[in-house]
Every structure is written in C-alpha cells, then in structure tokens.
Design a protein around this ligand. Structure first.
Ligand code: AMP
Length: 142
C-alpha cells in the first residue's frame, strides 16, 4: 500500500488550508459535511492522525474514531429526522476510495428513499451550512 500523502484534500482541511462545514472537532477527530452529498445530511468523520484508510490506521486511533462516528451518526439521525443511517468506508481505489485520508461516511436515510448515485452533484452551500448547524445543535448534550 502506498504511504500516507499529506497533500490529500482532507489533510488540507485539517490544516485549515481549505474550508469545510464543520460539525464537530476534538483533539483526535474532525467531522464535516460532504460537499457532494448522496443523501441529505451526508457527513464525514476523520481522524486527525495520519491514516490512509482503515487498513493502516493504528487500532487506538480507530477506537477513538468509531466512538465519535457513533456520536455523529446519532446527532445526524436526530437532526435530519432520519429513519436510519448507512455507514460507508472505502479503502484503496479498488475499494472505491478517492480521498486517501481515512474517513467514515455517515448517510442519514429515510424509509423508501435511495442514495444519490456517485458522483453526486455539488450540494447547495446554504443547505449544507444549515444542516451542519442542525447536527451541531443535536450534538449539544450528547
Ligand atoms: P471516498 O474517498 O470515495 O470515500 O469519498 C470521498 C468523499 O469526499 C466524496 O463523498 C466527496 O464528495 C467528498 N469530498 C471531496 N472533497 C471534499 C471537500 N472539500 N469537502 C467535503 N467533502 C469532500
């Protein structure tokens, strides 16, 4: 597997070189909206640790990350009044990965509604901002 490349777009978001619609941040984790959402409220949770994907992430970093994945999933489900959540993680190109910094996709789902086909169109910035705010509000007190 190739080594971690710190020029990937999520590393740039972590360094503040590129903006994002932030939902949550702590010492180890960042969560933000996916800009090409495949369902309303589609968001991403990433570790601050340098990991290309699931396959090279140190177990301790992964353990911390998955706890926050659950937290954001609960908040996104509540904020979007969703019926369920689809969780996706792609590792390496053959696995469907396009951005090579570990990330979990959280896709709020409503009964009977499919996912947007990939690549989805770029989301409306004001809608993404409003959804991020709703998810942040749902996180308060969790
Ligand atoms: P993948 O690597 O296939 O798991 O997916 C990468 C995801 O990152 C896609 O869903 C993209 O829509 C999303 N994405 C790419 N660039 C950005 C960005 N600047 N901000 C937020 N999401 C992004």
């Amino acid at each position: 597997m190739p080594p971690y490349d710190n020029q990937n777009i999520f590393a740039k978001i972590l360094r503040g070189e590129i903006p994002c619609f932030k939902i949550f941040e702590d010492e180890h984790t960042l969560a933000f909206m996916d800009i090409m959402p495949r369902s309303p409220g589609h968001c991403l949770v990433i570790p601050k640790a340098e990991a290309r994907n699931l396959l090279d992430c140190p177990p301790e970093a992964l353990s911390r990350l998955i706890v926050n994945v659950q937290k954001i999933a609960l908040a996104a489900k509540a904020a979007l009044e969703a019926d369920g959540i689809t969780l996706q993680q792609f590792s390496e190109s053959a696995g469907g990965q396009e951005v090579f910094h570990l990330h979990f996709h959280i896709l709020p789902r409503h009964e009977g509604e499919g996912l947007q086909r990939h690549p989805a169109p770029r989301g409306d910035m004001s809608v993404l901002a409003a959804q991020a705010e709703k998810i942040r509000a749902a996180l308060v007190g969790m």
